[in-house]
Design a protein. Structure first.
Length: 613
């Protein structure tokens, strides 16, 4: 190809071409194949695959600004298809694999894709029944279909490779026609309070966000990331595509989260971000490693070193002075067996982060005792991802950190977090009313979140405007401040506070069955099933202790008076969670309406439930 013309193209095309030239043999993407073997592509091979797919899309008559969709896990085909769309100036849209059929049909009818990529024949058959697909008959490509089939991914790639020379001029024209204000993707919001909306993100948005994150020091070289979240999540799109291409890094794909620990151990990323629930699972894995024969003769040393690191963590969280002697002890502790634990987990080189929801303080403290600081950040799809991020070594309990370079954050009169910066979306697709509500008159983006800023400029998220509870006395209460103190504590997994138009607050608490089993075993009650355990006085007493401890730091209107333990987590399949694992409060309240009414009934009180102070 004409290199000068390619270099003038804006966005991913330029970076991909430069990586193929300057880092030809460096690894770009790796994954574990079904046979257990680790496969991968160099930057040259990756670029070649992307161009073959791009040629295949031209063969399918994909034009400029046409939408191409994909509903599949984070596999190499997903990444190559997304990058290929950028080569032909089309707009890629990733759908969450957990969406219900009616939600998929809504998204398809909104974005009207010309080509849809799915994982297997069963998904393709399900797609064929969707009303929008029946009416419009888009081309459906199947990743796992046999190569001889017309709709097979392998067939499209092979045909694209065969016609690539003939399409060279068209490819060059398409790549050179991309500008910074062109749409790079539509990302559909998870819809906590209604139907999803398509957030328009431009190449300028996403490339600026990438450069700002690099400028903030969040990414270092060499960049090795683990891709374990859905590609429909803006953060995963950044880490796995934009940052990887910008830094010529190496991404390891982990579409199956049950293999997360094995993937970490193999890839040893320099950057790893995941959701709080995954960090809790990794904490359980770390405890198993610490109890394993590999560290049996160092158990005493491990415990002593962890206590040193715990003391440092608590002092920093309280913004108190850490003496030089304690700093030296902590330095030595980090070189001891806690480092062996991190090595065994594949986290010894990682800058670790948590996102999508507030992570439990117990989980953060646990990893701090292993010398691993889990940094929190804050952002929205509408801001191209990250707005603020914590800085290692600077204490800020419950903070989501400082604004990344080039982003401004301030608070509205009602405490709403407002954001201004080049990462802000130009708006939603097909949603003029929502666009009118998204920005202030002077151009600041309304996040819908409530927060506070300290004297150093650190941001603290205190609630969500649309989720504010207004009790029977007219008091406004942010439920997140309550739920944060319970979620992840002991065997409690998730918490939802209830109390709109009620005289007092109650809570629904789900249990983590693994941690509940550990607790009941420690109490000599291992024969109990989860459903039996949540009714047992010993388990209820422990839950009451957690609620009482949370209530101690809450104002009287915020305190929980009663609670109900639920034997299972809220789930996407039941409609209680969005695909990004945010709680749909209305769905939770509807599904557990009977339990909530009982918490407010005389029958519940007469049964002897112990109210919290």
């Amino acid at each position: 190809m004409n290199n000068e013309l390619t270099r003038r193209a804006v966005g991913l095309s330029t970076l991909l071409e430069l990586n193929a030239e300057d880092h030809r043999d460096d690894p770009a993407v790796s994954w574990t194949a079904p046979d257990g073997e680790v496969r991968g592509l160099t930057w040259f091979q990756y670029r070649e695959l992307v161009l073959d797919v791009a040629s295949g899309l031209i063969d399918l008559s994909v034009g400029i600004d046409d939408v191409v969709a994909v509903l599949a896990p984070t596999r190499i085909e997903h990444l190559a298809y997304t990058l290929a769309a950028s080569q032909v100036h089309a707009i890629p849209v990733s759908l969450y694999p957990t969406l219900a059929p009616e939600q998929i049909d809504f998204v398809l009818s909104d974005c009207a894709p010309k080509v849809i990529l799915v994982e297997d024949a069963a998904t393709a058959d399900d797609f064929a029944k969707l009303p929008w697909v029946v009416e419009h008959q888009p081309t459906v490509i199947v990743m796992d279909a046999p190569a001889g089939e017309q709709r097979a991914w392998a067939s499209m790639v092979a045909h694209g490779a065969a016609t690539r020379l003939a399409h060279e001029e068209v490819l060059l024209e398409r790549m050179s026609s991309v500008h910074t204000d062109d749409t790079a993707t539509y990302i559909y919001t998870s819809g906590t309070t209604g139907l999803p909306k398509a957030v328009v993100l431009t190449y300028g948005n996403l490339l600026w966000e990438t450069n700002s994150l690099i400028g903030a020091g969040i990414f270092d070289y060499p960049y090795r990331a683990l891709s374990a979240l859905p590609m429909a999540h803006v953060a995963e799109r950044l880490w796995s595509i934009f940052v990887a291409v910008r830094t010529h890094g190496h991404v390891y794909l982990c579409p199956d989260t049950t293999q997360l620990l094995a993937a970490l151990q193999h890839h040893r990323p320099t950057y790893f971000m995941t959701v709080p629930r995954a960090w809790e699972k990794l904490a359980s894995a770390a405890k198993m490693i610490m109890a394993s024969p590999a560290l049996a003769d160092r158990h005493g040393e491990l415990q002593r070193d962890r206590e040193v690191l715990r003391e440092v963590f608590k002092l920093r969280q309280a913004a108190r002075h850490v003496s030089q002697a304690l700093e030296v002890d902590a330095m030595r502790a980090r070189r001891g067996p806690v480092r062996d634990v991190k090595v065994l987990m594949g986290l010894d080189q990682a800058l670790a982060a948590s996102s999508a929801a507030a992570i439990g303080p117990d989980t953060v403290e646990f990893f701090a005792t292993l010398g691993l600081d889990i940094l929190q950040g804050y952002g929205l799809t509408e801001t191209s991802g990250v707005v603020t991020a914590e800085v290692p070594g600077i204490p800020g309990p419950s903070s989501v950190g400082f604004g990344i370079p080039g982003t401004e954050v301030r608070l509205g009169e009602d405490g709403e977090v407002l954001v201004r910066g080049p990462g802000n979306t130009p708006g939603y697709r097909n949603a003029p009313q929502a666009n009118a509500e998204l920005f202030t008159e002077d151009g600041w983006l309304r996040t819908g979140d409530l927060g506070r800023l300290d004297e150093f400029g650190r941001l603290f998220i205190t609630g969500r405007k649309k989720e504010i509870i207004v009790n029977a006395s007219g008091k406004n209460i942010a439920p997140q401040a309550i739920e944060f103190r319970l979620a992840g504590q002991s065997f409690v997994s998730q918490a939802v506070a209830i109390g709109d138009a009620r005289p007092y607050l109650v809570a629904l608490l789900t249990v983590d069955t693994e941690r509940l089993a550990t607790f009941v075993q420690s109490q000599g009650l291992s024969a109990l099933t989860p459903r039996e355990a949540i009714e047992h006085p010993v388990v209820l007493a422990e839950a009451q202790r957690l609620v009482d401890a949370a209530n101690e730091s809450l104002s009287r209107p915020e305190r929980l008076k009663y609670f109900r333990l639920l034997p299972e987590d809220f789930a996407i399949s039941t409609g209680e969670l969005t695909p990004t694992l945010k709680i749909r409060r209305k769905a939770v309240a509807e599904r557990h309406a009977d339990a909530i009414e009982e918490l407010y009934s005389n029958r519940h009180h007469d049964a002897g439930a112990s109210p919290s102070p």
